[in-house]
Every structure is written in C-alpha cells, then in structure tokens.
Design a binder for this molecule. Structure first.
Ligand SMILES: N[C@@H](CCC(=O)N[C@@H](CS)C(=O)NCC(=O)O)C(=O)O
Length: 244
C-alpha cells in the first residue's frame, strides 16, 4: 500500500476519530485527515458524507471514524484501532494479547458510550437542552456508580501486574490500549473535573499511565500541535451541572 491512510471523521472535534489518530501519531505513520481538508481539495464534511452515502464500492460504513487503507475501507473504532495496532507494532503478536487488547479496547469504548449518554440520554437527534432533566439523572448515576466501576476496573487491571511489569494495561506492556485509555482520561478530566478530582486518589496507577503515555515523544509533539482539536462539543462536554 503506497497511499497514506485516509481517516474520515467529523472536523473540529477530537471525538472517536482521536482513538485512530493517536495510533497514527504515536507510530509516526502518514495519514490524511480527509474531512479537515478544504472541500475544494476533496475534503470537508462533503467528503465524509459522500463516503457514508456509499460513494465507494464494498461494504458501506454506518458512521465515522472510517479508515481507508488502499482498497480496504473499514469502520468501528475498535476495529480500526486493532487493524492499525497489528500493522504498526502496537500490540504483541500472540493470540492471547490480541484478544485481550481488543477486550480492553471494547471496554474503553463501552465507557465512551456511557460518557456520551450522560448528555444525550434520550435522543441523539435532539440537543442536550431538550433532555436536561434526564441528563442530570443519568449523569448522577454515571458519576456515582458507572465511572468508579469502569475506572476501578482499569486500575485493578494495572494493579494485577507484577511491580516490575511497568508499562501498560495489557499484561504490563505498552500497547495501543494505553493510548486510548490516556485519551479517555484526558476527556474525562475536561468533562467531569470535579468527579475525576474526587476519584483521583483511588486511581494512582491510571494517573501514572496517563502521564507516562502523554510523555511519549511523538505523542507529546502531537498533543501540543494544532492537529489536536480541543475538547468542546462531541463526546467529552463540560456541563458543570452534570459534574456532580
Ligand atoms: N460504535 C461506533 C460508533 C460510531 C459513532 O457513533 N460515530 C459518531 C461520531 S463519534 C457518529 O457520527 N454517528 C452517526 C450516527 O450514529 O448516526 C464506533 O465506535 O465507531
């Protein structure tokens, strides 16, 4: 495959596209963030909508992120991450590692769905403002029960590794799952600063993992660059009334 990868994702927000970007950036892999190009250069939302409308042969995707790799077009965040990680040495080759990495990645994306549902508990077709009472109820349960359950689980996964295993969620070894975990922790710190502040003392290993991962050379350069979109709209939103 000589063409750079093409990533299709909504421009202007990090969103689920960020899970894909972090692997590409950490590995220094060439890619085109198609919808961030001007429409006159074949980019913009028009390019993404064209892909969703089926302007390529083969299995059509339902929703972004979408990766085009040569003749292959694939969707679903965890699927794309797994594809890239296997090709760019961000997951070990043995079978157990691959299934366990995917298991962890899918669990991270379950958490992401629940984060999204705090501000859109009733309908993705309506604005947050149209579902505020339900969002408040959903966010209370998320902060009290679901967030500690998910993060407590990942902390436990880290604690189960031997002290000298060091680096990551996957048997103490660094993998793409740590890139995704770091992104979610950053997003949570933006969306739920009070709740995350309260949980922080219970999550020492996760906090170390986040700090360590964000210091990786290529990743740190990316995080400081203007390629990294700011949090705001999208999955990670800060509504103080939901950060209970
Ligand atoms: N499970 C899918 C969810 C994809 C998804 O919800 N994408 C959002 C953007 S982050 C979207 O544009 N959805 C449009 C839709 O569901 O109609 C994944 O992880 O890729």
């Amino acid at each position: 495959m000589n063409q750079p990868y093409q990533l299709y994702y909504w421009p202007g927000i990090p969103g689920r596209g960020e899970f894909v970007r972090l692997i590409l950036e950490d590995t220094g892999t060439d890619y085109v963030d198609v919808a961030r190009l001007p429409e006159g250069e074949g980019g913009g939302v028009a390019a993404l909508e064209g892909l969703l409308a089926g302007d390529r042969p083969g299995l059509p995707p339902l929703a972004p992120p979408i990766l085009v790799a040569g003749d292959l077009t694939i969707a679903q965040t965890a699927n794309i991450c797994f594809y890239l990680a296997t090709r760019h040495d961000r997951v070990p080759p043995d079978e157990a590692s691959r299934w366990h990495a995917n298991q962890l990645q899918l669990t991270i994306l379950d958490l992401v769905d629940e984060i999204h549902d705090t501000h859109h508990p009733m309908s993705v077709a309506e604005a947050y403002e149209a579902q505020r009472p339900e969002a408040a109820r959903r966010a209370r349960a998320f902060v009290a029960l679901r967030l500690p359950k998910f993060l407590g689980y990942f902390e436990r996964v880290l604690a189960a590794h031997s002290a000298d295993a060091g680096e990551g969620l996957l048997d103490g070894r660094f993998s793409y799952v740590d890139l995704s975990m770091t992104y979610v922790l950053q997003g949570l710190a933006f969306a739920f600063p009070a709740a995350m502040g309260a949980l922080a003392p219970k999550l020492p290993r996760l906090r170390q993992l986040e700090a360590r991962t964000a210091r990786r050379r290529k990743l740190a350069a990316y995080l400081e660059s203007d390629r990294r979109a700011a949090f705001g709209d999208g999955i990670f939103r800060h509504y103080p009334e939901l950060d209970v």
